[in-house]
Design a protein around this ligand. Structure first.
Ligand SMILES: *Cc1c(COP(=O)(O)O)cnc(C)c1O
Length: 369
C-alpha cells in the first residue's frame, strides 16, 4: 500500500486484489465460519472466523491505515475493544482513567476494580497536579478519551502520553468522538487507539462494532491472541456493513462538523442555553439548559426532528441527557465530581439540514418559555 494516502482515498479505494476469484470492486462478504485446509498439517491463512476472517481483515486494514497503526483487531462492540485493552494487563495492574470518560468505560474499569482485578484512579486529565499525582509510583495503563464524553473537554494527548510512558504505562486513546479524520492518537505517542465503530465509522446507526489498533506489531499480535482467546471478534456481516459506511466517513464528518459549528454558534446566542460546550471540531455539542432539570425536560419533549436517544455519530441527529442515559453507570457522586449534571444535554449532529435542526431546537426552547 502506498504510504501517506489521505483518508478520503483510504476509505474509497477499491481492493480488487483481495478477491482473487473475480477481482470484485465492492468487497465480497466472506461469512463462512470455517475454511478448508489443503492438508491437516498446513494451516491456511484463513481457517476459522473467530480467529481470522478476510472481510474483517479488510476493515482492520482500512482502520489501521486511517490511524497509522501497524494493525489491530475488529471487535463486536466498542466495549469489547475496551475489554480487550484491559485483558493486556496483569492482575493487580494500576490504571489511570479520566473521571469524565464514557460511562461504559467507567463501569467496566470500576467493575474489575471491585473484583480486585485492578486498581483504578479516575482523574481530571486537565489537572496537571492530579494527573502527575496519579502516576506517582508508576502505572500500567493510562486511558485517554478526548474530547471527553459528554463534557467535550480536550486533553493534550502528546503531553499526557509522554508522561504516561515515562511512568511505564501503556497508553490507550478512545478516538470514537473525533475519528481518525480529525485526530490520530498513535502519531501523538499513544500505544493503542480504540473505537466504537457503532458510531461515526459505521455512521448508519444499524449495528454494533469496535476496534483496537496498535502502533507496534508485537502488540498487534497480543491483541489478536486475546481477541481469539476471549472470542471478542466482530462478525463478517458487520465488518462488511462498516466498510460500506466507512466509504462516506470523510464526507459525513465534514458535513456534520459544518452543521455542528453553525448550531454551536446559534446556541451560544440563546440566553436559555446555559454553557455551550463545543471544542471547535467534530459533530458533538453539549449544553446546559437554563432553568435546570424541569426546563430541560420541557425542551426535550417539544423536539420533533431531533430524537431523544443514546449513541452518536450517526446520520440522524440525536440528543441525550447523559446523567440518566449514557452515564447512568456512573454513581451520582462520580457524576457530580465530573460535572455531569442533570441540566446537561448532549447533541450528536447528523446529516439533516442545519437550518431545520436549528428550527427544531428553537421549538424546544420556545416550549421552555
Ligand atoms: C459508544 C462508545 C463506547 C462504547 O461502544 P459500544 O459500541 O456502544 O460498545 C466507547 N467509547 C465511546 C466514546 C463511545 O461513545
Amino acid at each position: 500500500m502506498a504510504k501517506g494516502r489521505k483518508p478520503s482515498t483510504i476509505v474509497a479505494a477499491a481492493r480488487p486484489d483481495r478477491d482473487p476469484a473475480y477481482g470484485s470492486v465492492a468487497p465480497p462478504l466472506w461469512s463462512s465460519d470455517t475454511f478448508r485446509w489443503a492438508d491437516a498439517d498446513t494451516k491456511p491463512d484463513y481457517d476459522y472466523s473467530r480467529t481470522v476472517n478476510p472481510t474483517r481483515d479488510l476493515l482492520a486494514e482500512a482502520l489501521a491505515e486511517l490511524e497509522g497503526a501497524a494493525g489491530g483487531v475488529v471487535t463486536n462492540s466498542g466495549q469489547s475493544a475496551a475489554l480487550l485493552a484491559l485483558l493486556l494487563l496483569p492482575a493487580g495492574a494500576r490504571i489511570v482513567a479520566p473521571h469524565d470518560c464514557y460511562g461504559g468505560t467507567y463501569r467496566l474499569i470500576k467493575g474489575f476494580e471491585e473484583q480486585g482485578k485492578l486498581h483504578a484512579t479516575f482523574v481530571d486529565m486537565l489537572d496537571d497536579a492530579a494527573f502527575t499525582g496519579a502516576l506517582e509510583g508508576g502505572a500500567d495503563m493510562v486511558w485517554i478519551e478526548t474530547p471527553s464524553n459528554p463534557l467535550l473537554r480536550v486533553t493534550d494527548i502528546a503531553r499526557r502520553a509522554a508522561q504516561a510512558k515515562s511512568a511505564g504505562a501503556l497508553v490507550v486513546a478512545d478516538n470514537t468522538l473525533l475519528t481518525p479524520v480529525r485526530q490520530r492518537p498513535l502519531a501523538l505517542g499513544c500505544d493503542l487507539v480504540m473505537h466504537s465503530t457503532t458510531k461515526a465509522l459505521n455512521g448508519h446507526a444499524d449495528l454494533f462494532g469496535g476496534a483496537l489498533l496498535a502502533a507496534d506489531p508485537a502488540l498487534v499480535e497480543r491483541l489478536q491472541w486475546w481477541a481469539n482467546a476471549a472470542g471478542l471478534s466482530g462478525s463478517a456481516h458487520d465488518a462488511s456493513q462498516i466498510l460500506r459506511g466507512l466509504r462516506t466517513l470523510v464526507l459525513r464528518v465534514d458535513r456534520q462538523e459544518q452543521s455542528a459549528r453553525a448550531i454551536a454558534k446559534w446556541l451560544s446566542r440563546q440566553t436559555i442555553a446555559g454553557q455551550v460546550l463545543y471544542p471547535g471540531l467534530g459533530f458533538m455539542i453539549s449544553f446546559r439548559v437554563a432553568g435546570g432539570t424541569q426546563a430541560a425536560a420541557k425542551f426535550l419533549a417539544a423536539l420533533e426532528l431531533v430524537t431523544l436517544a443514546s449513541s452518536l455519530g450517526g446520520f440522524a441527529t440525536l440528543i441525550c441527557k447523559p446523567a440518566t442515559m449514557t452515564h447512568r453507570g456512573m454513581p451520582p457522586e462520580a457524576q457530580a465530581a465530573a460535572g455531569i449534571d442533570p441540566d446537561l444535554l448532549r447533541l450528536s449532529v447528523g446529516l439533516e439540514d442545519a437550518e431545520d435542526l436549528i428550527a427544531d431546537l428553537a421549538r424546544g426552547f420556545a416550549a421552555v418559555g
